[in-house]
Design a protein. Structure first.
Length: 375
């Protein structure tokens, strides 16, 4: 088993986004606190996410956009021109104190994740996964696109077969666009059909190396296992990637207020385990997730799996206190499940494999056979 390393920062304790924004909830800081309460964050396993410099950021993002975000952060607001041109200072992508440092640390952490993975470690960077960012504007709560820096880090190291796998409920449109002309990189995305940004149809092949699996609302554990076994893992066997970047958005979990997928964290942990087992090099990022309880429990348990620790059946009181202290304006109190404050592992959410999921898999398998025959 490869040693794991957790990439975090005290920056994530600062209030961010503000108001009733879906990301105005504690996420990475809660994971760090839970891991500390459980004795799962030894100093030797922890790295601080460095802030990417403007020079590093300009390897993908436009210089005028980087400068606009820095200036808006310093001023505490964005002009109408900046809002319209760069998507900054909107309800979707607000300006808040420290926004530039926070976003730059996301990029720095993902670049570091690629470097550590190349050293034989399995890095976990939960603040990463901002997959909607564009070179010249903010989009979908994402100011920069840190996954692009992770996959490019592998490419710059000389690897020629790189796979980006995204398990977020939203399609990874920004990453797919960024790698469309790079023959070294493929993308796989399992996301909710009909969900913003309304891209990533099964027919959407990007630059020819994008593999999109839009799944129906209520997507359950059995269906994820089915899709992994029949489509995703065979594809990985065919591609034989030298490195993986895995985005682990928590909004695919049941209980997320912005999506309608129905997975348990156990199913997602299994999926990540199976992916890592099939590549010699892997970096694991976070992503979306708007229920503070399900996010914290998923990512804390994921760190346990990556670092070879056992998930307890019930959390100690110190960890339960952390979870009981959370709140979320997007959730009614009567929807908060007791298990969200007492355990890490969800109850499995099994069910039938529906016809649309079987059809999605059948089309993917047929397309793979066609590609094999053509080659």
């Amino acid at each position: 088993m490869r040693a794991a390393v957790f990439i975090g920062s005290e920056l994530y304790r600062s209030p961010a986004f503000g108001g009733e924004h879906p990301l105005a909830i504690p996420r990475v800081a809660t994971v760090m606190d839970l891991c500390a309460a459980l004795g799962w964050l030894d100093p030797a396993e922890y790295r601080v996410a460095p802030q990417a410099t403007p020079e590093v950021l300009s390897e993908f993002h436009h210089a005028d956009y980087i400068a606009a975000l820095r200036a808006a952060d310093e001023a505490g607001s964005a002009s109408l021109e900046v809002r319209e041109r760069f998507g900054l200072g909107t309800r979707e992508n607000p300006i808040f104190p420290g926004v530039f440092a926070r976003a730059a640390s996301g990029v720095g952490g993902s670049k570091l994740a690629a470097e550590l993975a190349l050293e034989g470690l399995v890095p976990f960077h939960p603040a990463g996964g901002t997959h909607h960012g564009r070179p010249d504007r903010a989009r979908g709560f994402c100011y920069f696109n840190d996954p692009v820096f992770a996959v490019r880090g592998f490419a710059e190291a000389g690897l020629s077969r790189i796979l980006y796998v995204d398990l977020d409920a939203h399609h990874c449109d920004g990453v797919q666009e960024a790698i469309a002309t790079d023959a070294r990189i493929h993308t796989v995305s399992i996301h909710e059909a009909g969900r913003w940004p309304y891209t990533g149809s099964a027919e959407d092949r990007g630059g020819g190396r994008s593999h999109n699996y839009p799944v129906p609302a209520g997507f359950n554990d059995t269906e994820l296992d089915f899709l992994m076994q029949t489509v995703v893992l065979p594809l990985i066997e065919k591609l034989a990637p030298q490195a993986l970047v895995i985005a682990c958005g928590a909004d695919a979990l049941a209980g997320d207020p912005l999506t309608r997928m129905g997975l348990s964290n156990e199913a997602l942990w299994r999926a990540v385990d199976s992916l890592i087992a099939r590549s010699p090099t892997a970096a694991v990022l976070g992503g979306g997730g708007y229920n503070p309880w399900t996010v914290a429990r998923y990512w804390t348990g994921l760190w346990a799996r990556l670092s070879g620790r056992d998930v307890p059946a019930e959390l100690p009181e110190s960890a339960q206190r952390i979870l009981r202290s959370l709140s979320c304006e997007l959730l009614d109190e009567d929807t908060i499940e007791e298990s969200w404050t007492r355990t890490l592992a969800d109850i499995p959410r099994t069910g039938p494999v529906r016809a649309e999921v079987k059809e999605l898999a059948a089309r993917a398998v047929a397309r793979r056979h066609e590609l094999c025959a053509a080659s």
